[in-house]
Design a protein around this ligand. Structure first.
Ligand code: ATP
Ligand code: MG
Length: 420
C-alpha cells in the first residue's frame, strides 16, 4: 500500500522556504513532518502551488511549543498556524480515518464539547480531531491525488492511495467508499468540482455517481462554510468551468436557489469576465458575481413593489426578497450583501444618467458600471448608455446624456410572460 515513488520529477527547490523551515524545525525537535496536500499534487503537475501545507505526528500543543509564533485554530478541524511575518504555514496533526462507529452522535451543540470525534445524526462530521499515524492520515484525506507526502530534504515521495497512477491518467478519485465519504463531509462534492475544473481532471465514475446521489447532503453543510467554498469555487480562475460542472451535477439550484428564471447569458458573461480578471491578476469580488446571479430576481422583485412608494423603499424591499433566497442556502457576510445592494441600486442611477457627477463619485461606481457593461453586452440595456458612461468617465464628466429610449427599469428580455 505504501509506495515510495522515485524520480517523481519534483524539484525540491520549489518548496517554499518557510514550509521547508517548518519541516526542518519539527524534525530537529524529533517529530515526523512532511509536505502534503495540494502543493505536492500541483508540483507533480508542473503547476505553482497556492500554499504549502505540512503534516506531522506532533500534537497541536507540541507544534506550538516548537515555534515562537504559532497558534491553534479551528474546532471542527484543529490545525496550527505557524506565522512568519505576514505569511502563515498550516500544520496539521496526522488523523485517523473517520470511524462512524467510534464517533459520538451529537444532536446539540452542548454534546460537542470535549469530544475528538463527533458526527451529526445525519452522519456529517462535526469534530474530526482523532489523531493517527501517517498512513491513517492519508486515508482520511479526500482525493487520492491529495494524499501524497513529500520530503524535500531527501526528495522522497510517498503515495498510500495510488494517487500517482490517478494523476497520470488525470482522474479525480475519492479515497474509500465515495458515498460514505461524501456523506461524512458533503463539502468534498464542491472540492471535487473545484479541483476538477482547476486541474482539468475527469471525475472518476464511482466518485461522480456518488456526487449525484449525495448532492442533497450539501444542505447539511454549515451556511458559513458553504459561502467560503463557493468563493473558492468561483474565484479560482476557472469560474465558468466550475459553474458548468456544478450545473451538470444539479448543484446550482442547491447553491444559488431562486424562484426567478436565471439570466444565463449574463451569468456566463460575468463568469468569463471573472476568469479573465484572475488570469490578468486583477482583483475579483465574489459579491459582484452574486449581484449578477441574483440580478434577475432583484429586477422581478422590484417590479412587484408598489410604485407609489419611494425608490429607496422599493429597492430595499426588492433587495431583501432577492437576497433572502440566497440566504436560504448560505450565510452572506454583511459587507457582501451591502456590496450587492449598492451595485443593484446603481443600475437605476446609471440608467437615468441624472446626478452623474455624484454617481461617478460613489464607492461602488466601478462595480455598478461593470454590471451595466455586462447588461449592455447581453442586450438587456441599451449599449449607448454604457458608451455614454464610458465617455463620461474619460472626459471627467462633461458628456451630454445619451438619447436612450426610456424603458421601464425592470423590463428585461428573459422575463416570463404572464408573471404579472
Ligand atoms: P488548494 O490548491 O486549493 O489549496 P488543496 O487540496 O491543498 O487545494 P486545502 O484546502 O489546502 O486544499 O487542503 C489541504 C489538504 O487537506 C487537501 O489536499 C486534502 O488532502 C486535505 N483536505 C482538505 N479538505 C478536506 C476534506 N474536506 N476532507 C478530507 N480531506 C481534506
Ligand atoms: Mg492547499
Amino acid at each position: 500500500m505504501r509506495e515510495s515513488i522515485s524520480n517523481s520529477g519534483i524539484d525540491p527547490n520549489r518548496i517554499d522556504r518557510r514550509a521547508r523551515s517548518v519541516l526542518g524545525r519539527l524534525r530537529s525537535a524529533g517529530y515526523d513532518a512532511w509536505i502534503v496536500g495540494g502543493a505536492v499534487r500541483d508540483l507533480l503537475l508542473g503547476r505553482r502551488p497556492k500554499d504549502f501545507d505540512v503534516a506531522t505526528d506532533a500534537l497541536p500543543e507540541e507544534i506550538c511549543s516548537v515555534f515562537a509564533r504559532a497558534r491553534i485554530v479551528g474546532r471542527r478541524f484543529k490545525i496550527v498556524h505557524v506565522v512568519h511575518g505576514r505569511h502563515v504555514t498550516e500544520v496539521s496533526t496526522y488523523r485517523t480515518s473517520h470511524d462512524k462507529d467510534q464517533a459520538k452522535v451529537a444532536s446539540s451543540f452542548e454534546e460537542l464539547r470535549g469530544q475528538a470525534r463527533v458526527v451529526s445524526t445525519d452522519g456529517v462530521i462535526l469534530r474530526d480531531n482523532a489523531w493517527g499515524n501517517q498512513q491513517e492520515d492519508a486515508l482520511r484525506r479526500d482525493f487520492t491525488i491529495n494524499a501524497f507526502y513529500y520530503d524535500p530534504f531527501n526528495d522522497d515521495l510517498i503515495d498510500f492511495c495510488s494517487g500517482y497512477a490517478d494523476l497520470r491518467s488525470r482522474s479525480l478519485r475519492l479515497i474509500g467508499n465515495p458515498e460514505a465519504r461524501f456523506i461524512e463531509d458533503p463539502v468534498r462534492i464542491l472540492r471535487a468540482l473545484r479541483i476538477s475544473a482547476k486541474l482539468g481532471l475527469s471525475i472518476e465514475r464511482h466518485t461522480a455517481s456518488a456526487m449525484r446521489t449525495c448532492k442533497d447532503m450539501i444542505e447539511k453543510v454549515s451556511p458559513r462554510r458553504k459561502y467560503d467554498e463557493c468563493v473558492k469555487l468561483l474565484m479560482n480562475g476557472h469560474a465558468e468551468k466550475s459553474w458548468n460542472l456544478a450545473e451538470d451535477f444539479g448543484l446550482i439550484d442547491l447553491l444559488f436557489p431562486t424562484s426567478s428564471p436565471r439570466d444565463s447569458t449574463l451569468i456566463h458573461k460575468a463568469l468569463q469576465n471573472t476568469d479573465h480578471r484572475v488570469s490578468d491578476n486583477r482583483p475579483v469580488t465574489f459579491a459582484f458575481l452574486l449581484s449578477v446571479v441574483y440580478f434577475s430576481g432583484y429586477q422581478l422583485a422590484l417590479e412587484r413593489q408598489d410604485e407609489s412608494e419611494s425608490f429607496d423603499l422599493r429597492h430595499t424591499q426588492a433587495g431583501n426578497d432577492a437576497l433572502n433566497e440566497l440566504r436560504g442556502a448560505m450565510a452572506i457576510p454583511r459587507y457582501a450583501s451591502m456590496f450587492v445592494r449598492d451595485v443593484w441600486a446603481l443600475q437605476s442611477r446609471l440608467e437615468s444618467c441624472k446626478r452623474a457627477q455624484k454617481t461617478l463619485a460613489l464607492e461602488r461606481f466601478r462595480a455598478g458600471y461593470d454590471l451595466l457593461h455586462l447588461r449592455a453586452e447581453t442586450g438587456s440595456v441599451d449599449s449607448a448608455l454604457h458608451d455614454w458612461w464610458q465617455a463620461f468617465q474619460e472626459s471627467s464628466g462633461v458628456s451630454q446624456p445619451p438619447n436612450v429610449r426610456k424603458r421601464r427599469y425592470a423590463r428585461t428580455s428573459y422575463r416570463r410572460t404572464g408573471t404579472r
